[in-house]
Design a binder for this molecule. Structure first.
Ligand code: NZQ
Ligand code: ZN
Length: 390
């Protein structure tokens, strides 16, 4: 196990009806807030009215900024920053999925910063201050409700880049699994893949003696897989939605990665897909992850074989552990297909004429490489896109 700092300061308010508490929770921090949301799903479901009433009852004034799109855009972040500055707003309430929460986080670091907020995403500057953030989560997927991450797309060049900093973790997040009943089967499946990817990016490591977090990762993965079938069969299965929602938070609040070095290459490789083709992040991961696994598994066959036996119930072959490892990857891919995800670029109608461009744009955080299980160069990234063509 390697040394670690673990911080997860977000208060989680979980369960039925909890969204009604939002006004009093915000009022603990501010008497005025920016109410930030997406394309209108919260109006259709009635959540908007509940939030507005609760804020009014608690005496919290608000200004609205809607229109966050999946793969949230920098231009709206800039608009939010301007609104907050002009109205002396110190709190942003995000109501929606990962995109809304990420947009809120970017606004919150942008307001107190003199320069351009994009500096935080290029690594030019590090945030020193951040407004307070609260969230009501409506989609189990990104884990942004308790994570230290925020991913924004700059339309000028279609760069999708992340900021990771503990300062952006929300003060509170309200999680009512009932609010996810209306999420479409496709978006539900995208969320499931994203949750699994957050666990697997931590699980695939060379770090030894990490039994506790191995077991936590395996348990969380198995819970998500088991309940995926249930929510897709019955979208209003509260208990199954609850399992997935809580798993989504734990998958990405940092706990499952404690004491181990994660990989994160698949996420970087996927971000180029969703930046250029604007596909759902989870769908992009369903395409990239199997290809990445097939490309790197030989670097740690025993770990991939452990994944196969413990998560996918593959019988271990003492004569041929490599076969065990490969069978685990096959079962993961089959599961993604079963839940309605594309597993190749072709499945998602993505042409292969811009693979070189994506490989060139892919962020290589280690200087000239990305990832840990195998340190992937630009050429490796290109090979993974090619492997994902189908
Ligand atoms: O915009 P609205 O109308 O709300 O509709 C959304 C959107 O169209 C809809 N939706 C959300 N809740 C719903 C609902 N529809 C019906 N009923 C509900 N209850 O779902 C669509 C997708 O929403 P989005 O927020 O984009 O999805 P998700 O939560 O998967 O977030 C994806 C974004 O998060 C980033 C991704 O890259 C992507 O940009 N990520 C953020 C991370 C983080 N901050 O920690 C980590 C992840 O790895 C990820 O990169
Ligand atoms: Zn993700």
């Amino acid at each position: 196990m390697v040394n670690f700092d673990f911080i997860s300061p977000t208060k989680i308010i979980f369960g039925k009806g909890t969204e009604e508490r939002v006004g009093s929770e915000v009022a603990r921090y501010a008497k005025k807030c920016l109410l930030h949301y997406g394309g209108g799903s919260i109006k259709k479901t009635g959540l908007y009215d509940i939030v507005v009433n609760s804020l009014k009852e608690a005496g919290v004034e608000f200004i609205e900024l809607s229109g966050v799109v999946p793969n949230p855009r920098l231009s709206l972040v800039r608009e939010g920053i301007k609104i907050c500055r002009e109205n002396d707003i110190k709190f942003v309430l995000a109501v929606g999925g990962g995109s809304v929460i990420d947009s809120a986080k970017a606004i919150c670091v942008g307001v107190p910063y003199d320069g351009d907020v994009w500096d935080f995403f290029t690594g030019k500057a590090e945030p020193k201050e951040c407004l307070d953030i609260g969230t009501i989560l409506t989609l189990a997927a990104a884990g942004s409700e308790a994570s230290n991450s925020c991913v924004i797309t700059n339309e000028n060049g279609w760069y999708k880049r992340g900021l990771n900093h503990d300062i952006i973790r929300p003060k509170f997040s309200i999680l009512n699994p009932e609010l996810t009943f209306t999420v479409s089967p496709y978006q539900t499946a995208c969320g499931i893949v994203d949750i699994m990817a957050h666990i697997m990016e931590r699980y695939f490591t060379h770090t030894r003696n990490v039994e506790l977090t191995d077991r936590l990762c395996e348990a969380t993965l198995k819970t998500v897989i088991n309940n995926a079938y249930k929510v897709l069969a019955n979208p209003k299965d509260y208990d199954a939605r609850a399992e997935i929602m809580w798993a989504g938070t734990l998958a990405h609040n940092g706990l499952l990665g404690t004491g181990r070095i994660g990989d994160w290459a698949s996420h970087q490789i996927e971000h180029e897909l969703s930046a250029i083709y604007d596909i759902a992040h989870g769908a992009g991961l369903a395409i990239v992850f199997p290809a990445w696994c097939k490309y790197v598994y030989k670097a740690n066959i025993s770990r991939f074989a452990q994944f196969a036996t413990r998560v996918w119930n593959v019988d271990y072959s003492f004569e041929n552990p490599e076969q065990t490892a490969l069978e685990g990857i096959n079962r993961m891919e089959k599961f993604f297909k079963e839940i309605g995800m594309p597993v190749t670029l072709k499945d998602a109608n993505i042409p292969d004429d811009r693979l070189e461009e994506m490989a060139s744009k892919c962020k290589l955080p280690n200087g000239d490489s990305v990832g840990h299980i195998v340190k992937l160069t630009r050429e490796d990234v290109l090979n993974i896109y090619k492997l994902a063509r189908g």
